[in-house]
Design a protein around this ligand. Structure first.
Ligand code: FES
Length: 238
């Protein structure tokens, strides 16, 4: 694969053609915040937290869905970017109910960790917090729409790794919601295999295993890479 040369935060670096900006930026030690990205899944470009400045365009580009190009000049840490990232997380916190003190993911939540990292100690926007349903119809898992940030990691894990495509998104804008099959209770789904991959990759308390409800959840979203690697190496044979 051909090499390309670009500038990252005033430093000349090289990358491989076909890589995304996010891959290159992380390869060079910059911890760009992300929420919808997860190693092992396709990119969605949904959360926009990975946005960067690229010389020559006034638009901020999502690094996870932007391929590297020869001669790019990228900034990841300008005041403008920090301001917008903070705003994005605040808008997520204002959109649905994220009361950490009564959430099973308190202390493990990626959204909460990001808010702490960005120094968010209050939200400047009016809270919408619609009262959304909690689907507790499944024998092992619970889906709380009030905690969902619509990153789409659950449905991509279900579709791309498990191959079930039980989950999808219904509606638009603030009415968007994760649905099971044709919007039926999770417990009555004929396609769900009960593998729990969606629960493991969910960054917030929107999807949790029943046994974790009363205690703190320990999720391992990095297990996807082990599964994908094992499949490629044919570790498991039938
Ligand atoms: Fe790039 Fe979400 S990680 S848009």
């Amino acid at each position: 694969m051909a090499a390309v040369t670009l500038t990252l935060n005033n430093e000349l670096i090289s990358a491989r053609e076909g890589q995304t900006l996010l891959e290159v930026i992380r390869d060079h030690g910059v911890d760009l915040p992300t929420l919808c990205h997860l190693d092992g899944l396709s990119e969605r470009g949904a959360c926009r937290l990975c946005m960067v400045e690229v010389e020559g365009t006034s638009r901020l580009l999502a690094a996870c869905v932007t391929p590297v190009q020869e001669g790019m000049n990228i900034r990841t840490d300008s005041d403008r970017l920090l301001r917008y990232r903070k705003m994005l997380v605040e808008l997520l916190l204002a959109e649905r109910s994220h009361v950490c003190s009564v959430c099973t993911m308190n202390g493990k939540c990626e959204l909460q960790a990001l808010a702490v990292r960005l120094g968010i100690d209050h939200v400047r926007y009016e809270a919408l917090h619609p009262a959304l349903p909690v689907d507790a119809s499944h024998g092992r898992f619970v889906l709380d729409h009030n905690r969902c940030i619509l990153c789409g990691r659950c449905l991509r894990a279900c579709d791309e790794v498990e191959g079930a495509h039980t989950l999808d998104v219904m509606g638009r804008g603030v009415r968007s919601r994760i649905i099971v099959d044709f919007n039926q209770p999770w417990g009555s789904s004929f396609t769900c295999t009960g593998c729990g991959k969606c629960v493991q990759v969910c960054p917030t308390g929107a999807m949790v295993a029943r046994e974790n409800i009363a205690g703190r959840v320990e999720k391992r979203p990095d297990f996807l890479l082990r599964i994908l690697d094992g499949r490629q190496k044919r570790v498991w044979r039938w």
